[in-house]
Design a protein around this ligand. Structure first.
Ligand SMILES: NC(=O)C1=CN([C@@H]2O[C@H](COP(=O)(O)OP(=O)(O)OC[C@H]3O[C@@H](n4cnc5c(N)ncnc54)[C@H](O)[C@@H]3O)[C@@H](O)[C@H]2O)C=CC1
Ligand SMILES: O=C(O)[C@H]1O[C@H](OP(=O)(O)OP(=O)(O)OC[C@H]2O[C@@H](n3ccc(=O)[nH]c3=O)[C@H](O)[C@@H]2O)[C@H](O)[C@@H](O)[C@@H]1O
Length: 436
C-alpha cells in the first residue's frame, strides 16, 4: 500500500515513519524545503525518543521518502493524509488555510480515486470544506473523479509519540463510504493485531472527538490545580488527594497531576478553538472558559510563591530555573509555563539562570540573551537565592542537596511539579514550596 502524508511536522513525521515501519510505502511531503532537505540527508528536525533510528531504518529499506512536491506521488498513492498545522487564528478559532491549501493541491492534480484524510486537529465541518475545495478544483479542470474524505484525528503525545502511535489506545476514523473504510482498515490493521481498537464514526463526530478528548484532559488538569490551591489553604496534600481519588476506577490515575499549568501546542489551542466553535454556534462552553482561566493563573503560581517568600522584596535576586520545555522529553516550548515565569521574574528585576537538557537552543531562539544559559543543572544554581523546578526531567529528580547547599546563596526550593519530598528537603536545611 502506498500513501502520502502532507505536513512533516511532529504528527506527519511520526505517523509517516510508523506506517512505514509497518511495511507501508510512505512519502512525506512538506512545503518547507529546508526541512525536507534535512530529512533527505538523515537529519531529524524534531527531538522525539526513538524516532531517528526508525526514520533511518525505513529510509534505508526504501519505504520512507521525502519530497516538497505532492504532485509527484498523487498518481501512485491510495490515501493522502493532511497533517499540516492548524494554528489558532487571532480570535482563537483554528486557522484552516494550510488544510484547504492541501485540499486544493490535491483537487488540481489528482487523476484517480483517492481517500483524502485529515489528520490535523480541525473543527467540526472541516471535512465538508475539504470536499468542497477538491470539488471546485476538479470542476475548474472540467474533470469528474471519485474521491472520499475522512477524518482520522491523532492522539499521540510529544515525548512518547512513537510509542503512542505504534500502540494506540484507539484509532478514530470518521468515514462516509465503505470504500474509504476499507482502505483505512487495511492501513491500520498491523497496529491492531493484539487488540482491535478501531472506532469508526461519522465525520463530524470524529472531528469532535479530538477536541473533546483534549478538552477533557485539560479540564482534569485545571480541576486538579484548583483543588491543589484549595489544599494549601485548608491544610490538605494534593498528592494524597490525587491518589485517593485516582484509585476510583471511574476517575483513574492519569492526568491528575497538579503543577504550574499545562502548555504545549495543543491543549491551549484546542481548548480555545472549542470555545470558539461553541460561540459560533450560539453556545457558551462555561466549563472550558474556567479551565482556561485557571490555567492562566496557574502559570504564575511559582512566581507568587517566590514573591511571598521574600515578602515582595525580590528585585536584584537570582533564580535558578530547571526545565524550559512544556514537558519532559521534548524541546518544544510552545505555550510553555516557563516562558510566563521568566517574563514575570525579569519584569520584577530578578536574574534568571536556566538549564534544560534539550530545550536551551529553542529558548534562546525565543527570548535571546535575556536569561543566563548554564551548561548543567548545578551551574544554574550558583549564587541563586531560590531554585524553581518547572519541567520534571528525570535528571532533576534526585539532585545532590549537598552540592546545592554549597552552590546556592539561598535555601529556597519551589517545586512546580511536586517531584521532591518535603522531609528530605527540610532535613537538608531547605525551605520547600510545592503545588498544593
Ligand atoms: N504536535 C502534536 O503533538 C500533535 C498535533 N496534532 C495536530 O496535528 C496537526 C499538525 O501538528 P504538528 O505536527 O505539531 O504541526 P507542525 O507545525 O509541527 O508541522 C506542520 C507542517 O506542515 C507543513 N505545511 C504547511 N502547509 C503545507 C502545505 N500546503 N503542504 C505541505 N506542508 C505544509 C509545515 O511546513 C510544517 O512543517 C495540528 O493540527 C495539531 O493540532 C495532533 C496530535 C498531536
Ligand atoms: O493534540 C495533541 O497535540 C496532543 O495533546 C496532548 O499531548 P501533548 O501536548 O504532547 O502533551 P501532554 O503530555 O498531554 O501534556 C500537556 C501539558 O499538560 C501538562 N500536564 C499533563 C498531565 C498532568 O497530569 N498534569 C499536567 O500539568 C504537561 O506538563 C504539559 O504541559 C495530548 O495528551 C495528546 O493525546 C494529544 O494528541
Amino acid at each position: 500500500m502506498k500513501i502520502a502524508i502532507v505536513g512533516t511536522g511532529y504528527v506527519g513525521l511520526v505517523s509517516g515513519t510508523c506506517f512505514s515501519e509497518m511495511g507501508v510505502d510512505v512519502t512525506c511531503v512538506d512545503v518547507n524545503k529546508e526541512k525536507i532537505e534535512q530529512l533527505q540527508h538523515g537529519m531529524i528536525p524534531i527531538y522525539e525518543p526513538g524516532l531517528e533510528e526508525m526514520v533511518h531504518k525505513n529510509v534505508k529499506a526504501g519505504r520512507l521518502h521525502f519530497t516538497t512536491d505532492l504532485t509527484e506521488v498523487l498518481d501512485e498513492v491510495e490515501v493522502v493524509f493532511s497533517a499540516v498545522g492548524t494554528p489558532p487564528d487571532e480570535d482563537g478559532s483554528a486557522d484552516l488555510k494550510y488544510v484547504l491549501e492541501v485540499a486544493r493541491t490535491v483537487g488540481r492534480n489528482m487523476n484517480k480515486y483517492l481517500v483524502v484524510v485529515t489528520k490535523s486537529t480541525v473543527p467540526v465541518g472541516t471535512a465538508i470544506k475539504v470536499k468542497q475545495a477538491i470539488r471546485e478544483e476538479l470542476e475548474q479542470r472540467g474533470v469528474t473523479l471519485e474521491f472520499d474524505v475522512a477524518s482520522n484525528p491523532e492522539f499521540l503525545k510529544e515525548g512518547a509519540a512513537v510509542e503512542d502511535f505504534m500502540r494506540p489506545d484507539r484509532v478514530v476514523v470518521g468515514v462516509e463510504s465503505d470504500r474509504a473504510k476499507e482502505s483505512m482498515t487495511r492501513l491500520y490493521r498491523p497496529f491492531m493485531l493484539t487488540n482491535d481498537r478501531m472506532i469508526f464514526t461519522d465525520i463530524p463526530s470524529a472531528e469532535m472527538i479530538k477536541y473533546a478528548a483534549n478538552s477533557m484532559l485539560a479540564t482534569r488538569i485545571s480541576f486538579m490545580n484548583d483543588v491543589a490551591n484549595l489544599c494549601e489553604l485548608v491544610g490538605a496534600d494534593i498528592n494524597m488527594v490525587r491518589k485517593g481519588i485516582g484509585a476510583d476506577t471511574r476517575i483513574g490515575q492519569k492526568f491528575l497531576y497538579a503543577g504550574c499549568g499545562y502548555g504545549g501546542s495543543c491543549f491551549p489551542k484546542d481548548v480555545k478553538a472549542l470555545i470558539k466553535t461553541a460561540e459560533q454556534n450560539g453556545y457558551e462552553m462555561q466549563v472550558l472558559k474556567a479551565v482556561e482561566s485557571v490555567n492562566e493563573r496557574q502559570k504564575s503560581v511559582l512566581f507568587r510563591k517566590f514573591v511571598n517568600h521574600f515578602s515582595g522584596d525580590v528585585k536584584g535576586k537570582t533564580v535558578a530555573l530547571w526545565g524550559l520545555a512544556f514537558k519532559p522529553e521534548t524541546d518544544d516550548m510552545r505555550e510553555a509555563p516557563a516562558l510566563v515565569l521568566i517574563d514575570l521574574l525579569l519584569n520584577a528585576g530578578v536574574t534568571v539562570k536556566v538549564y534544560d537538557p534539550i530545550a536551551m537552543d529553542e529558548c534562546h531562539r525565543r527570548i535571546g540573551d535575556t536569561v543566563v544559559y548554564c551548561k548543567d543543572m548545578y551551574e544554574a544554581t550558583v549564587d541563586a537565592d531560590a531554585l524553581m523546578l518547572v519541567t520534571e526531567w528525570k535528571e532533576f529528580r534526585v539532585p545532590s542537596w549537598s552540592v546545592l547547599k554549597k552552590s546556592m546563596n539561598g535555601r529556597v526550593v519551589i517545586d512546580g511539579r511536586n517531584i521532591y519530598e518535603r522531609r528530605e528537603l527540610e532535613e537538608n536545611g531547605f525551605e520547600y514550596y510545592k503545588i498544593g
